[in-house]
Design a protein around this ligand. Structure first.
Ligand SMILES: CCCCCCCCCCCCCCCC(=O)SCCNC(=O)CCNC(=O)[C@H](O)C(C)(C)COP(=O)(O)OP(=O)(O)OC[C@H]1O[C@@H](n2cnc3c(N)ncnc32)[C@H](O)[C@@H]1OP(=O)(O)O
Length: 141
């Protein structure tokens, strides 16, 4: 299984979130609608889904720079509940880039711009050897 089965963005994963990113300056943006099957508490989007939105956006920043990374750390603030039917804007942008580590800020906003959640992530750049060690052989960007 390749990129197309990514839980967050893979178009062929029937259980996935089907996120689609576009470049936005040096960052990325994605629009996402919360559905009934994304809830934890009744009518409220599960926090794990919110984490996934932020994690994936954070991973797309280096990916679109041609870098293969994994998330080493992800710190999230959940600021407002997200309800079923809400249309969200998910964004991410780099705040520090080095050859081994990227710091990425990300956020989830409602249609009216209300901040729902924010995060900071450390994305570790993987060498070809490290990709092999982690069983990620065959990734090309
Ligand atoms: C074709 C078109 C389709 C498009 C299609 C696109 C597909 C686009 C798919 C995207 C998909 C993304 C998916 C979401 C992104 C995930 O969710 S990735 C999955 C979740 N993350 C993981 O599984 C990572 C698991 N952790 C690890 O593998 C390892 O801990 C790491 C992060 C690689 C570090 O490896 P390690 O062997 O522990 O590293 P180690 O040798 O100990 O340390 C190396 C250096 O890194 C530093 N370091 C290690 N951890 C940290 C840390 N947390 N903070 C700071 N420094 C650290 C160490 O201090 C060390 O520094 P030096 O001493 O060398 O100066």
């Amino acid at each position: 299984m390749g990129f197309d089965y990514c839980f967050a963005c893979g178009k062929d994963n029937p259980h996935g979130l089907h996120m689609h990113f576009e470049r936005d300056g040096d960052g990325v943006v994605c629009h996402f609608r919360t559905e009934a099957h994304h809830i934890g508490w009744p009518n409220v989007q599960h926090g794990g889904i919110t984490c996934t939105l932020l994690d994936e956006a954070s991973a797309y920043v280096p990916f679109l720079m041609g870098l293969v990374t994994v998330t080493a750390e992800l710190n999230i603030s959940f600021k407002k509940p997200i309800h079923v039917g809400e249309q969200l804007r998910v964004w991410a942008k780099p705040t520090k880039v080095s050859s081994r580590l990227l710091l990425v800020e990300a956020g989830v906003e409602g249609e009216d711009g209300e901040v729902k959640a924010t995060s900071t992530a450390k994305m570790m750049v993987l060498s070809a050897d490290k990709q092999k060690q982690l069983g990620m052989e065959g990734l090309e960007t």
